[in-house]
Design a protein around this ligand. Structure first.
Ligand code: GLN
Length: 486
């Protein structure tokens, strides 16, 4: 039998259902793998070995009684921005170091309901602000394909652990690209669902009008399995949409005949890596050979997306992060003489530089006298970007584009240049502003052996279309390479 940690969730499911392996054996294999390689990758902030073994035993008992769900006994990792009852949830921030939530996010309740096994909590940029996981207050995560490089961010731990086979699948969050960009850099599949598809109850808020939880997996089928498990209405999240969850797995094998795929001119810009462009154009030709009709489209307001996002996201963050004041929970600085000094010292010491930059930018943009010039204007441009997509989806079913302008860059390369870092989100941000779903699926590998992902977007709640196109791409392109040795 192949090494258990190299198997997809769908193959593990078969083995578990046929009683060829037990959840305890699978979980043990993963914990051993973490023990062996995570010191090089550093994807985990917390490993919950004992709880995982206990959950695996419970999953085995459950399967013995004949009650099996798609994720029963499957070992998963969770980004540390999602609240896990009784298990530290830090957002990779000193501010929440030692914080143990007294409740579970709805996602965790859903996973527990299926008797999935949780291996631990995964590293990220502090409060999900960043594109490289270098903003973690604890340590950076390394890309399994090249340890000198970043895994992407902010869900860097979630993508790296899937590629390093230290979990079978994971969940991350995506506010401006944080699932898709790391998935692209780590050669795995990650989807940002439609805003409202997955409950965000228990997701620590960064920018509430943009944040979505989504899965990261080894292949498209696994990604569909994970999203199906996570999706659904939740009365605890007022932005959750009460709409039936289709069978994402059921739609995978439908062909592409009659499907129109748009390629936006604005997503091929000077300065992008020619190898990325080549991989995407090659992927698009593959889809054409599968029977899809390829059309040129325009998304004319794309160039304003980064500027718009970097007003709206910090504005919302400045409000969301006001709750970290040293009183309610988390870190409190010492040596203060009065309340004001306690706030100042706590927030100065508890937040890292990028988080402080966002709070300052956001507070400025929302200030009296500047609100109309910045936030209101950005909201209007957001509407224009949303309309661009509406117009495009009147002409095509799906949009194919790059995820990031370059493959994974080196650790430290952009760390001190926030603007360069922000620009790496140029192709992922518009999707969040419009609230539509989008996946990153591997479509090539650079000469240096670094994965390149293709982004596939569709209209609101059209995840099935995305999965179908991604599945066909994966099927025809085959594996982009063997999983990296670590
Ligand atoms: N990299 C983007 C940022 O820094 C997006 C982060 C995210 O999606 N959470 O804001």
């Amino acid at each position: 039998m192949a090494n258990l940690v190299d198997l997809t969730i769908s193959s593990l499911r078969q083995l578990l259902d046929q009683r060829e392996v037990s959840a305890v054996e699978v979980t043990r294999a993963y914990l051993e793998r973490i023990e062996k390689v995570d010191s090089k990758i550093k994807a985990y902030l917390t490993v919950t070995g004992d709880q995982a073994m206990e959950a695996a035993r419970a999953a085995d008992e459950h399967m013995a009684s004949g009650e099996t769900a798609p994720l029963t006994g499957i070992p998963l990792g969770i980004k540390d921005v999602i609240c896990t009852k009784g298990v530290p949830t830090t957002c990779a921030s000193r501010m929440l170091e030692g914080f143990i939530p007294p409740y579970n996010a709805t996602l965790m309740e859903r996973l527990n309901g299926q008797h999935a096994v949780i291996l631990g909590k995964l590293n990220m940029d502090e409060f999900a602000m960043g594109s490289s996981t270098e903003n973690s207050a604890f340590f950076p995560t390394h890309n399994p394909w090249d340890l000198k490089r970043i895994p992407g961010g902010s869900s860097g731990g979630s993508a790296a652990s899937v590629a390093a086979r230290t979990c079978a699948g994971s969940f991350g969050s995506d506010t401006g690209g944080s699932i898709r960009q790391p998935a692209s850099h780590c050669g795995v599949v990650g989807i940002k669902p439609t805003y409202g598809r997955v409950s965000r109850f228990g997701l620590i808020a960064f920018a509430s009008s943009l944040d979505q939880i989504g899965p990261i997996a080894r292949d498209v089928t696994d990604c569909a399995i994970l999203l199906e498990a996570a999706s659904g209405y939740d009365p605890k999240d007022s932005t959750s949409v009460n709409k039936q969850v289709p069978s994402y797995i059921g739609s995978l094998k439908e062909g592409l005949k009659g499907l129109r795929i748009g390629v936006p001119e604005e997503y091929f810009i000077p300065g992008m890596d020619p190898e990325v462009e080549e991989a995407i154009r090659n992927g698009v030709s593959t889809l054409k050979e599968q029977g899809a009709e390829i059309i040129d489209i325009n998304l004319p307001h794309t160039e304003f997306a980064v500027a718009t996002y970097y007003i709206i996201a910090p504005a919302e963050a400045s409000s969301n992060l006001s709750r970290y004041d040293g009183v309610k929970y988390g870190f409190r600085a010492e040596g203060y003489r009065d309340l004001l000094e306690m706030y100042t010292r706590t927030r100065s010491a508890g937040f890292g530089p990028e988080v402080k930059r966002r709070i300052m930018v956001g507070t400025y943009c929302l200030s009296a006298g500047y609100y109309d010039a910045y936030y209101k204007k950005a909201s209007k441009v957001r509407t224009l970007i949303t309309r661009d997509f509406q117009d495009a989806f009147a002409r095509c079913d799906c949009i194919a584009a790059p995820v990031a302008p370059t493959p994974a860059f080196e650790l430290g390369e952009k760390k001190d240049d926030p603007l360069q870092m922000y620009l790496s989100d140029i192709f992922t941000i518009p999707v969040n502003l419009a609230g539509i779903p989008s996946i990153s699926v591997p479509c090539g590998i650079s000469k240096e052996g670094l994965p390149i992902g293709m982004q596939l977007m569709a209209g609101h709640f059209q995840e099935e279309t995305i999965f179908k196109v991604a599945y066909n791409l994966e099927l025809t392109l085959g594996k982009i390479g063997d999983w990296p040795e670590i």
